[in-house]
Every structure is written in C-alpha cells, then in structure tokens.
Design a protein around this ligand. Structure first.
Ligand code: COA
Ligand code: COA
Length: 140
C-alpha cells in the first residue's frame, strides 16, 4: 500500500496530493509548497486498492535525526486509520536508514494525531503560512 517514491510518476502523485491538501484545501501558496528540500528528502506515497494515490509524506536528515514533513491523506480517505499507517511506514523507512530521532512541525489541530503515535510537543506554538504549528519529537 505504501511505497518509497522512486520514479517521476510517483513524485508527481505525491505533489498532486500535496497540491490538493495543502494548496487547495488549506490555502498554502503554491510557490511555498514545493521547496529546496525535495531532492534530498525521501518521499513516500500510499495507493489504495484501485491504485489511486491517497497519501504522502516525506522526511529529510535534520540535526541528529530526521524531520517529517508534508504529511497528508486526501479528504475522502481520512479517519480510517490510514494516517497512522502512513506515519508507521515513514518511521519504518527512517529506522531502516538508521535514524532514531524524529522531529516534525505539526499543525496544531493535528497534535492529538501525533500524540497518539508517541510524539510529544516541545516549545511554543508558532505561525507558518498563517497556520498554527508546534514542534514535536519522538525517539525510537
Ligand atoms: N519556532 C519557530 N519557528 C520554527 C520552529 C519553532 N519551534 N521550528 C521551525 N521553525 C521555522 C524554521 O525556520 C523552519 O525551517 P527549518 O526547516 O529550517 O527548521 C520553518 O519554521 C518551517 O518549517 P516547516 O514546518 O518544515 O515548513 P516549511 O518552511 O518547509 O514550509 C509551509 C512552510 C507552511 C509551506 C509548510 O509548513 C506546509 O506545507 N505546511 C502544510 C504541511 C504541514 O504542515 N506539514 C507538516 C506536517 S508533518
Ligand atoms: N485532530 C485530532 N485528532 C485527529 C486528527 C485531527 N485533525 N486527525 C486524526 N486524528 C486522530 C484520530 O481521531 C485517530 O485517533 P484514534 O486512533 O484514537 O482513533 C488518530 O488521530 C489516527 O487517525 P487516522 O484516521 O489515522 O488519521 P487520518 O487518516 O485522518 O490522517 C491527517 C490524519 C492529519 C494526516 C489527515 O487528517 C490530513 O491529511 N489532514 C490534512 C493535512 C494535515 O493537516 N496534515 C498534517 C500536517 S501537520
């Protein structure tokens, strides 16, 4: 179901989900959505039984671990436990690359989602693209 993006087609699937979720749904400007970290990041994509891409996320080396970013499930596929599975897959891939420290800047509304996965908050709430965020970490 979840795969590491290894082809241009898979990267296009990942970007299309991000455009749908972050740009159209959440109003992040398109020019901010694709950034300078895309090439070094490891991207994952989830495909459903009909082979429709429904999930994406990426991580990149950051300090003494990785930073997980752009975690998204398309609207039609939410609240079915797939977000949790996506995060588990991202963590598994990071562990296989010998990383132990995970960090992310969660949108504040999604904090309970990451807490249920063992992340805890550090620091204060901050604004990015007018969306409230909070830093969260997990050691594995
Ligand atoms: N306090 C203040 N500023 C902080 C911070 C903190 N605790 N932690 C990080 N920042 C700053 C840093 O400058 C950080 O850059 P860094 O990667 O060099 O540390 C920057 O905030 C934001 O990092 P990030 O959250 O990765 O966002 P971005 O700059 O790559 O892109 C958006 C900004 C809004 C386009 C991006 O957050 C986005 O697409 N948001 C929607 C998706 C999303 O929320 N993904 C995260 C879910 S896992
Ligand atoms: N606020 C509070 N709790 C949430 C939540 C939210 N926004 N989204 C999910 N949860 C909780 C669920 O209730 C569930 O709890 P449970 O295990 O106790 O039942 C748990 O988190 C797992 O939910 P799941 O069904 O796996 O999540 P999902 O498939 O709906 O995916 C997101 C969660 C956040 C990835 C998805 O809602 C999404 O893509 N949102 C838009 C983009 C976004 O905000 N990304 C996060 C940026 S930090």
């Amino acid at each position: 179901m979840f795969k590491i993006a290894t082809t241009p087609k898979m990267m296009e699937d990942a970007y299309n989900i991000r455009k749908e979720v972050f740009v159209r749904e959440q109003g992040v400007p398109l020019e901010n959505e694709i950034d300078e970290h895309e090439n070094i990041a490891t991207h994952v994509v989830g495909y459903d039984k009909k082979d429709i891409p429904f999930a994406t996320g990426r991580f990149r080396p950051y300090k003494d671990g990785v930073k997980i970013e752009r975690v998204a499930i398309i609207k039609t596929h939410r609240n079915s436990g797939l977000g949790k599975l996506l995060m588990s897959f991202l963590e598994e891939v990071a562990i296989n690359k010998n990383y132990r420290n995970l960090m992310l800047n969660a949108q504040y509304h999604a904090r309970p989602f990451y807490e249920s996965l063992g992340y805890h908050t550090i620091g204060e709430i901050f604004l990015e693209e007018n969306i409230e965020h909070i830093a969260m970490i997990k050691k594995i």
